[in-house]
Ligand binder design. Structure first.
Ligand SMILES: [Zn+2]
Length: 125
């Protein structure tokens, strides 16, 4: 990898509330001493989650790569215009040509011309 990681950049912070614990265990027999169990979790849950963080990062990296390889939905596009106006023997004409490009995958999505304006082609000398 060619980038320099930002040492202090926080990517995720996880907050687990007592309510989360309650719902996680909703189908389990309730602890006889709930408070003691919560204390036990406070001592051990962070370490238990840490054990899995690198695995989850690798899993999500693979999932992200897979997502990138899927067909681009072209959410970000830009219109690129080429050509210009020309003056020739008192006539003004243009060869303006617009293309919609995807900013993410680079695909040319549509080519817009002003042929829709239906100028007779035989006007040119
Ligand atoms: Zn695209």
């Amino acid at each position: 990898m060619s980038f320099t990681p930002l040492p202090g950049k926080i990517v995720a912070q996880v907050t687990v509330t007592e309510e989360d614990v309650f719902y996680a265990l909703v189908y389990r027999e309730q602890a006889k001493d709930w408070r003691k169990f919560i204390e036990y979790l406070c001592d051990h849950l962070a370490d238990a989650l840490n054990e899995h963080v690198y695995d989850e990062i690798r899993y999500l990296y693979d999932a992200w790569l897979e997502q990138q390889q899927e067909e681009c939905p072209h959410r970000r596009t830009t219109v690129i215009t080429t050509g210009g106006y020309h003056f020739d023997a008192g006539e003004v004409w243009d060869d303006l040509h617009e293309e919609v490009h995807c900013l993410d995958c680079g695909a040319v999505l549509t080519v817009l011309t002003d042929e829709d304006e239906e100028e007779p082609a035989e006007d040119m000398p």
